[in-house]
Design a protein around this ligand. Structure first.
Ligand code: NMX
Ligand code: MLT
Length: 475
């Protein structure tokens, strides 16, 4: 639960958000920044002792409360449904989807500052929200935007490390290598070597995280221009916000593409802590590996086809549909194509989820963007047809727990529309965005002194013996 501090701001907010159907009849309390201080680090300095006390109290008063039963299915089945991680920045509801510090995506679109009135949220605002739990003012977002722009210098050895790879290497390999090379500048590693106190760990972590978030778009854009635009890099423009500048460095200056990039970075940033990339970042960070090491590890998880690489797979799959059947494919033909994919042992990319049991709200907001800006795009129309055709087929398959589309089912056709057609690059965009969520939580991991992650594993022998014993002792 987030609490509200400024009455005037709440009144304004309620008149803007109060009628949101997603809020239902319950009044939720949204915390607006009451401070006019535009320095994010000093805001955190105030918040951290409060949250440390809160965690201490939780542990001392409720440390022995049970959160559920672990079954053999859960141990075998990828720990699905097993509550086992503390993750402060966002929470995922299977039916409703993600909430960033309590705010749904439509709420974020309403209350976070935008580049233009009624436009998409600025990712810097979302970063402020993830870190502080408070909705920032426009001035605070502008200050954070400038801070990030001033941190964005990337040393030449990072480019050289990328250049050492063949330009045909997968963009995620090049991107993760660039992030590893950025690690040379880790403040946390230096501070740790110099014997920093545990209570101060969060401070160099904060510096590393803000530097990393500032620098990943530069590295990502370098990879794109190297692979697809003859190495002709575009320097960053410090006058632009984070999303617009990334789009600019990639070579896309269309105002709508910049809006899309702001939305894209906002919605892909965080999806609670159990997904492969977030969990990996948190796990590696729990060994006190610095944020660059942790985030590079997270990227390697994101690069898997069941996780972030699915956005690449979706566009390639859609293009294969068009190649084989044309753009004006009928629903019956499409259904046949979906079955052909399934019968060949492949998954339908962009559909299904480990937690969600409804259409992903990240899919819905991208669909709304498409309906507003590109309703006649033939690939968008194909994506819309798939939305009707795929869920009944996956339901008929009988084993899929969630037949509905996830975030990756939509992103490619939007990017493709504005000229970013190179599908193999798409997961890099996801990675840039995910730096916001993973780094925000890493700062809190160190501020709260969260423990080394070390769950217990068992063998099949152990499980069989345990179950035999449990059966024998049951009445
Ligand atoms: N197409 C075909 N089969 C599927 C699909 C799908 N889209 N989704 C689930 N299944 C299968 C799954 O492979 C499993 O089969 P088996 O028992 O033979 O191993 C069965 O249905 C049960 O899986 P679920 O419990 O529904 O899903 P799970 O939690 O294991 O996996 C995903 C979740 C996301 C990995 C899975 O739905 C999938 O492979 N989707 C396609 C890839 C994708 O879009 N990934 C992106 C997820 C979002 N992200 O960005 O990370
Ligand atoms: C994500 O955004 O990380 C994906 O939807 C996967 C997940 O939440 O498991």
């Amino acid at each position: 639960m987030v609490f509200f501090r400024s009455v005037a701001a709440f009144t304004r907010l309620r008149s803007r958000v109060g009628q949101q159907s997603s809020l239902g009849s319950s009044v939720r309390w949204i915390q607006m920044q009451s401070s006019t201080d535009v320095d994010l680090k000093s805001q955190l300095q105030e918040l951290i002792p409060e949250q440390q006390d809160r965690l201490k109290k939780l542990k001392s008063e409720h440390g022995k409360v049970q959160l559920g039963n672990i079954t053999v299915d859960m141990v075998i089945g990828g720990m699905r449904g097993m509550t086992g991680l503390l993750w402060e920045t966002s929470l995922l509801d299977p039916e409703e989807g993600i909430r960033f510090r309590g705010l749904s995506i439509p709420e974020c679109q309403k209350v976070l500052p935008a580049a233009q009135s009624g436009g998409e949220p600025l990712p810097e605002g979302l970063l402020w929200l993830l870190l502080t739990g408070k909705v920032p003012s426009k001035e605070q977002v502008e200050a954070l935007s400038k801070d990030l722009a001033n941190r964005a210098a990337v040393p030449d050895y990072v480019y050289n490390a990328i250049d050492a790879l063949p330009s045909t290497a997968h963009p995620m390999t090049q991107f993760a290598s660039g992030v590893m090379a950025l690690q040379v500048q880790s403040e946390f590693q230096k501070a740790y070597e110099n014997g920093i106190q545990k209570s101060k760990f969060w401070e160099p972590t904060y510096e590393d995280c803000l530097n990393l978030i500032a620098r990943v778009p530069v590295v990502a854009a370098y990879v794109y221009r190297r692979m697809y635009k003859n190495g002709d890099s575009i320097p960053s423009d410090k006058s632009l916000d984070y999303g617009a500048n990334f789009s600019h460095m990639l070579g896309f200056d269309d105002a709508k593409m910049k809006e899309l990039m702001r939305l894209y970075i906002t919605i892909h940033s965080d999806h609670e802590g159990g997904n492969v990339s977030a969990h990996t970042g948190h796990l590696v960070g729990s060994a006190l590996s610095d944020p660059y090491l942790s985030f590079a590890a997270a990227l390697n998880g994101l690069a898997g086809p069941l996780h972030g690489l699915a956005n690449q797979e979706v566009l390639l799959w859609i293009k294969s549909v068009v190649e084989e059947c044309g753009e004006n494919i009928s629903k019956d033909q499409l259904k046949e194509y979906v079955w052909k994919t399934l019968n060949s042992g492949k998954v339908v990319p962009g559909y299904g989820h480990g937690v969600l049991r409804k259409t992903d709200p990240r899919y819905m907001c991208q669909r709304e963007f498409a309906l507003k800006h590109l309703p006649d795009d033939p690939l968008f129309q194909l994506v819309s047809k798939l939305y009707e055709v795929v869920p009944p087929v996956l339901t008929e398959l009988g084993k899929v727990k969630n037949p509905w589309p996830n975030v990756d089912a939509h992103s490619g056709v939007l990017l493709n529309h504005y000229g970013l057609t190179e599908a193999r690059y798409y997961t890099v965009l996801f990675g840039v965005s995910r730096s916001l969520g993973i780094c925000s939580q890493l700062i809190w991991d160190r501020a709260l002194g969260l423990a080394l992650e070390r769950p217990k594993s068992v063998t099949m022998d152990w499980l069989e013996a345990y179950c035999k014993k449990a059966k024998a002792s049951s009445p």
